[in-house]
Design a protein around this ligand. Structure first.
Ligand code: 3H9
Length: 716
């Protein structure tokens, strides 16, 4: 049995140091070890107070999330919950103190709430992030947190899941003291002083469950819950857990502690067994798996990134520059004309102003960031850059010209990244004499907001450039996913068939708004037609013209979108696309577009008919899944989970459905294949089933199982 707890006594204080790296999760055996430690300290006459502290880099990051799947699959019964620990700490006769560094999250914060006192380093954070896993706090967090923090903050923390800083937690009453210093050693020293002080003051020591002074009343609480529900409906549309968390906190304000707790447990279990929580736990581990690249080991050397440069100050280039300066990395931002540069800088300033207005950043912080940008019209200074990102217009000739210029000015070892969303990294790299340093860094618009960074590996990209890019994604607070160098990589390659089906459906008689509504109601952030109008219909049009090889003769082609582009209807930026837009940018149905569609259908011999919502959903989603399976089988993604991470973080796929491949697993691959074959019979070539989909459906297995099998092979 591993040694999950170090027990030591200093100055009459027992230190229970949790020892379960990397994040001190409450894996089986850890709660039991803490209970034993508390009992030992209680029995030890030399001990006057008990301090619970985390070993290594953090306090307790919560329950062991891996255990949840074992519980819901029936592999083990619930057991191992945290109540024995919390009760032991709260009912101890000697004062108990949680000493927090790093993060106290989920069950970690719930255990701390069971202690009589909580102290923390200034750098620590505390939170109830369970909703991000589709569950709610399940060890009385919804009942104790409002008793410490008040109803408003507790509701926000439980329903939104974001951690709060130590200073906020101290002000709210979650923490009793902030300890001076930055290190775990200083925390220990502070804990000794604090513990001796509470011992000197004497008992009784406060039990959180008995405190009711912050629970408010119906009149003060009702507007808090109403606002929280409205916020959840708007920001977390379709997610069940935020509403469930609010329900549980509300129970704390209306019921005695034990009854409130019973209510929390019912709601917790309902969420734990839900499909949403399984999908979101898949998303949690998927993001972390995506960092692992089988042939790029963890100890691959990393290139240091101290100075960045970006070529192109348009929407993408400006957003990319913001990512660097937000991370404290100075950036050179190059444009070709003074006007373009000024326009770019003005957009950046406007974006920051919006964040200041929303209270996200302070004026001073933004000033400091903006000082990190050096605008330029030349390559002067580029010789100092460790990473240079090209974000110019999407055209191969221009990109190659820029890369040839970069090859001439960049220092040896600089990473040369292209923000291309479709083009071949190998061809771009061929414009340089250093293809090993060339890689794709595909950011998503708006680049300062969207979490995804698709990292595209060329045939010659060196392993340390890949490892550095994956690390850089984390530094820039992005989720990095490695993609192979195929047309459109992972995301846009799949998006092609998805939007193609949406357009075909419209040509066959579905309403434009109907298609958007069906996908929106499924949970997508926007429908496919509205996305086209937002991103610009000309982007796909230009790609289709530049790459006819991807649209072979005899395979149906999205005719009507080209026609709209020929009319200058590029989407929101030209005031009209699939929709017309009023002055408030509200989309309106446009008779002119309906005529284009009807004429296109008539010319192409497409018979229009009434199309039901179910067909729209199946055709759009299974086009996505089939293409995902194809590129996965061809090796352009490492795992089905990586594809899911791409779609949830870059394309607005609802996290509570776990991404397209996970969603397909939940439907059953045999059923998905059956539909794909039906569509192939009706619509031909474009629906040819992906070999991997056929293989897995025949074997009666899932994409998730296929991922697990591969992970084992790589590990072996
Ligand atoms: C809960 O507590 C429910 C309760 O109400 C009680 C119910 C009874 N479990 O993220 P990182 C792994 S629900 C298992 O790269 P960082 C992670 O997979 C829980 N494993 O580090 C990774 O493994 P690998 C509520 C976990 O420094 C490694 O640790 N708590 C857990 O960037 C390093 O993780 C949360 O939701 C876990 N709880 O960030 C907190 N946490 O190396 C979830 C991490 O094999 N965790 N791992 O890929 C986090 O938010 C971040 O991990 C943290 C550290 C901020 C702590």
């Amino acid at each position: 049995m591993p040694d999950f707890l170090d027990y030591s006594v200093e100055n009459e204080i027992a230190f229970l140091t949790v020892n379960n790296p990397p994040v001190n999760a409450m894996s089986p055996g850890v709660p039991e070890a803490i209970v034993e430690g508390v009992a030992r300290a209680e029995a030890d006459e030399a001990v006057r107070a008990i301090v619970l502290i985390g070993g290594g880099r953090t306090f307790i990051a919560g329950a062991d999330i891996k255990e949840f799947a074992k519980i819901t699959s029936g592999e083990k019964d619930r057991g191992g919950d945290l109540f024995p620990v919390i009760n032991a700490l709260e009912d101890a006769s000697k004062p108990t103190i949680a000493a927090i560094h790093g993060t106290a999250l989920g069950g970690g914060l719930e255990i701390a709430q069971g202690c009589h006192y909580r102290i923390a380093l200034q750098s620590a954070q505390v939170g109830q992030p369970e909703v991000k896993l589709g569950i709610i706090p399940g060890a009385a967090g919804t009942q104790r947190l409002p008793r410490l923090a008040g109803v408003e903050l507790a509701t926000r923390m439980c329903a939104q899941g974001d951690p709060v800083k130590a200073s906020v937690a101290a002000e709210a009453g979650i923490l009793d003291q902030i300890v001076a210093g930055n290190t775990p050693e200083e925390l220990r020293a502070g804990a000794v002083v604090f513990a001796r002080d509470v011992v000197a003051r004497g008992g009784p020591h406060p039990k959180t469950r008995e405190r009711n002074d912050k629970l408010g009343d119906e009149a003060t609480n009702a507007p808090i819950f109403e606002a929280a529900r409205a916020q959840a409906g708007k920001r977390r549309r379709g997610f069940e857990a935020p509403l469930a968390a609010i329900e549980a906190v509300e129970a704390a304000t209306k019921l005695p502690f034990d009854e409130g707790l019973k209510r929390e447990q019912e709601i917790f279990l309902r969420c734990l067994y839900s499909d949403q929580s399984k999908a979101m736990i898949h998303a949690f581990f998927g993001e972390r798996e995506a960092r692992k690249i089988p042939d790029v080991p963890k100890d691959t050397p990393i290139r240091e990134i101290r100075q960045a440069a970006v070529v192109g100050a348009g929407t993408m280039g400006g957003g990319i520059a913001m990512n660097y300066i937000n991370a404290g990395i100075p950036v050179l931002l190059k444009e070709t004309t003074e006007e373009a540069l000024e326009r770019g800088l003005a957009t950046i300033a406007k974006n920051y102003q919006r964040s200041i207005a929303r209270g996200r950043f302070t004026e001073e912080w933004v000033e400091e960031r903006l000082d990190l940008i050096t605008p330029t019209l030349s390559y002067d200074g580029f010789e100092r850059a460790d990473v240079i990102t090209e974000a110019v217009f999407e055209g191969m000739e221009l990109k190659k010209k820029v890369f040839a210029e970069l090859d001439a000015v960049a220092k040896p070892g600089a990473i040369l990244a292209s923000n291309t969303s479709t083009l071949s990294i190998d061809e771009i790299a061929s414009a340089t004499k250093r293809p090993q340093d060339v890689i794709g860094h595909h950011f998503f618009s708006p680049a300062n907001v969207m979490r995804l960074l698709e990292i595209v590996r060329g045939a010659e990209t060196s392993k340390d450039v890949i490892a550095t890019s994956m690390g850089l994604a984390k530094t820039l607070r992005k989720v990095g996913v490695l993609a192979g160098n195929c047309f459109g990589f992972i995301g846009n390659r799949m998006f092609g068939p998805y939007r193609r089906e949406a357009i075909f459906l419209v040509e066959e008689g579905a309403g434009i708004a109907q298609v958007d509504r069906v996908l929106y109601e499924f949970g997508m952030a926007m429908g496919p037609m509205a996305v086209g109008d937002l991103a610009g219909l000309d982007v796909g049009w230009r790609i289709r013209k530049e790459h006819p090889e991807h649209f072979p003769e005899g395979v149906r082609y999205p005719l009507s979108e080209d026609k709209l582009c020929e009319m200058g209807r590029f989407g929101q930026k030209t005031g009209s696309g699939w929709y017309a837009y009023d002055e408030r940018r509200q989309p309106l149905e446009d008779p002119e577009v309906l005529k284009v569609i009807a004429d296109t259908a008539a010319e192409a011999g497409i018979k229009q008919r009434e199309i039901d919502d179910a067909e729209i959903l199946d055709r759009c989603l299974y086009a996505l899944v089939n293409e995902g399976a194809r590129l996965l089988g061809e090796g352009f993604a490492l795992r089905a989970g990586d594809i899911d991470v791409v779609y949830m973080n870059g394309y607005g796929f609802p996290a509570y459905r776990g991404g397209p491949m996970w969603f397909a697993d939940t439907i059953g691959l045999a059923r998905v294949l059956e539909r794909v074959k039906e569509f192939e019979a009706q619509h031909g070539e474009g629906w040819k089933p992906a070999p991997l989909l056929e293989e897995l459906a025949a074997a009666g297995t899932t994409f998730a199982a296929w991922d697990r099998g591969r992970a084992q092979k790589v590990g072996a």
